[in-house]
Ligand binder design. Structure first.
Ligand SMILES: [Zn+2]
Length: 463
């Protein structure tokens, strides 16, 4: 065989092994806490908050109408990891833990021979919550929250800046790729856009007070003149219009700062682009004053429940595609398993999942997606309307999103027929989620309770 033919044969073998679908694909899941889709430049925001994410999103599919199942960190992540609604999991707030009876994505992939590793940035997702199920490496901050805001010491217990989490994940990646050829499932969670927003000064680039270090709301929080619960409560009236304006500037700065770290992580993964599925998603959004509350996310309004969702897999999925069909974070698990050609029968808990494979042909969008607030209200969201109902079907609020896309109150002469449709959809949903209901116990850890309280998660504002 001539030298040329040898080289050609090696090249053909290389193509066969790397592109022929024989090699197991890696999975990278990146969850971006408290991130509103409409504050990302790739979703049309006028500020350039996400240059790295924008570039990456252009390589894949961007979903414009994706919704979380609950605007609350732990239960929302539990949905992403299990494909089950928090109502099925009996998870309504952050002071609970995921039952071990349910199968997670990490457990399934581990059983398939994957190395699994997670790097999370908030104590809210600490290993004690059981969201760590199936991860061989679970790297989290173990600090609890004592002071929620102390800018003088530049220390924010209970959370890690995206750069710290990224460094840990990149170090793990380097060691993993050197040590083994095993496919990996990597989950990285960033928390920067969560209140209080504290971007490093170089990323505080937006608005009149950019890089001035001033924020009157933070000054009052630090001096304990006001509490986090006061900030989240409309009745307290402690947040002025100027505070909101500065808060939004800082929120956008926090996104920009997170995006910088995301760029480092994606650069580190560049060599794995051709054999990896990337899924980037928000766990919930954030209220920035549109409907009263600010800097929190316990409502079922779109600012709190609409999330960015981007899937990239070079050579397997379309590039630069925008999808506007309805989808839910419940679709993540079935979509990833389908792309990996792992049947849902691999889930040992044998629970039927309602999520769909987002890339199945033909695309059949659901009639509605569902969320709940963990306390009393359910959301039935279609592309054109939103209805908020109690568990027994009482319609509390209806929004005609065609007439009023920003969820302003609008009187619709056809509302009674919409109400009936929403009641039917909710009742079908409840039958499905109640068919297998898991129990969850409160955490009970004194430190965790105190930390959640300090962050304003307990009481009136639970998220
Ligand atoms: Zn969250």
């Amino acid at each position: 065989m001539t030298e040329f033919r040898k080289v050609l044969l090696v090249f053909i073998l290389f193509l066969f092994t790397t592109c022929g679908g024989k090699e197991p694909l890696n999975v990278v899941l990146i969850t971006l806490d408290t991130l509103r889709a409409d504050h990302l430049s790739c979703y049309g925001y006028q500020r350039q908050t996400s240059p790295n994410l924008d570039r990456f999103a252009a390589k894949g599919v961007r979903f414009k109408n994706a919704f979380c199942t609950i605007p609350c960190t732990l239960p929302s992540h539990a949905s992403i990891m299990t494909g089950l609604h928090p109502y099925s999991l009996s998870l309504g707030n952050n002071n609970t833990h995921l039952t071990t009876e349910v199968s997670t994505l990490a457990e399934v992939l581990k059983a398939q021979g994957y190395t699994t590793a997670a790097f999370v940035s908030s104590f809210v997702l600490a290993p004690e919550t059981n969201i760590s199920q199936g991860f061989g490496v679970y790297d989290a901050t173990n600090d609890f929250v004592v002071e929620v805001l102390d800018r003088s010491s530049n220390v924010y217990p209970g959370r890690r800046h995206a750069l710290q989490t990224t460094r840990r994940a990149v170090e793990w990646l380097r060691n993993h790729t050197t040590a083994t050829q095993q496919p990996f499932f990597l989950w990285v969670h960033y928390y920067d856009p969560h209140f209080p927003y504290v971007p490093p000064p170089e990323f505080d680039r937006f608005g009149t007070f950019a890089q001035s270090g001033t924020c009157d709301l933070y000054r009052r929080l630090e001096s304990k003149e006001i509490s986090m619960s006061d900030v989240f409560s409309i009745e307290s009236g402690v947040v002025s219009d100027k505070d909101i304006e500065r808060g939004i500037d800082l929120y956008d700065g926090a996104i920009l700062s997170m995006d910088y770290s995301l760029g480092i992580l994606l650069d580190a993964l560049h060599g794995s682009l051709s054999n990896t599925i990337f899924l980037i998603v928000g766990d919930h959004g954030e209220s920035l004053g549109e409907h009263g509350p600010v800097f929190c996310h316990f409502l079922l309004d779109d600012p709190c429940v609409r999330v960015p969702l981007i899937v990239v897999s070079e050579g397997r999925l379309p590039q630069g595609q925008e999808r506007d069909d309805l989808c839910s974070t419940l679709d993540i698990l079935p979509t990833l398993l389908s792309l990996l050609r792992v049947g849902q029968s691999s889930l040992p808990d044998s629970v039927e999942r309602s999520g769909r494979d987002l890339f199945a042909e033909p695309i059949i969008p659901p009639r509605a997606v569902f969320a709940d607030d963990g306390v009393k209200l359910f959301m039935v969201r279609t592309l054109f309307s939103k209805t908020l109902l109690t568990e027994d079907g009482n319609v509390m609020t209806f929004f005609d999103l065609v007439a009023s896309p920003d969820e302003g109150r609008f009187s619709d002469p056809m509302q009674s027929s919409h109400d009936e449709e929403a009641q039917t959809l909710l009742s079908e949903f409840l039958v499905q989620v109640q068919s297998k209901k898991f129990t969850s116990l409160p955490m009970g850890s004194k430190e965790r309770l105190e930390s959640l309280e300090a962050l304003g998660y307990l009481g009136n504002s639970r998220r």
